[in-house]
Design a protein. Structure first.
Length: 166
């Protein structure tokens, strides 16, 4: 019996800074855990301002310096995606509210989680938007994403295992 992949989508505002960074970092965690093929990872933005654009050059720089991949094309999140997604990971509280408001059902709204909720040492709920700041903000964003990735991977692994035993 073949089961569909466990699907995770990271969402920020424009899909050029935080969410593509989270996508690439988490994709590597999935691959290193031997879950590639069982887990699909992508990203989107709550708004379509940058649709079709690549990631912000500062995001690309920070990812590449960290040894991550960085190929990306921005896109906007659509409410009909909830049907095919298992987790929708919001990068800040505003995204969380927007995404839960878009959710067509209460079950879909439950799929939306804050990234930093997976980091037990997090000192806040949000990954701040680095777009209008300096490179330091992008580097800090990467640290926050990396810190939450292990906890998120544990949750995703449970979801994958739950499908295998169901």
């Amino acid at each position: 019996m073949t089961t569909s992949p466990f699907r995770v989508c990271f969402v920020c505002t424009g899909n050029i800074c935080r969410s593509p960074m989270a996508e690439h970092v988490f994709r590597r965690h999935v691959e290193e855990a031997g879950l590639d093929g069982l887990v699909e990872v992508d990203s989107a933005g709550t708004d379509g301002w940058h649709e079709g654009d690549g990631a912000d050059p500062r995001t690309v720089s920070v990812l590449e310096e960290g040894g991550y991949t960085s190929a990306h094309t921005a896109r906007q999140f659509h409410r009909d995606w909830f049907d095919r997604l298992d987790l929708v990971i919001a990068l800040d509280s505003g995204h969380l509210r927007t995404l839960r408001g878009l959710a067509p059902t209460p079950r879909d709204a439950e799929k939306v989680r804050l990234l930093r909720s997976y980091d037990p040492a997090a000192d806040g709920a949000d990954v701040p938007d680095p777009y209008y700041g300096s490179m330091d903000g992008f580097e800090e964003c990467l640290k926050m994403v990396e810190a939450a990735s292990d906890g998120l991977l544990d949750a995703v692994r449970e979801g994958v295992e739950g499908r295998r035993t169901a």
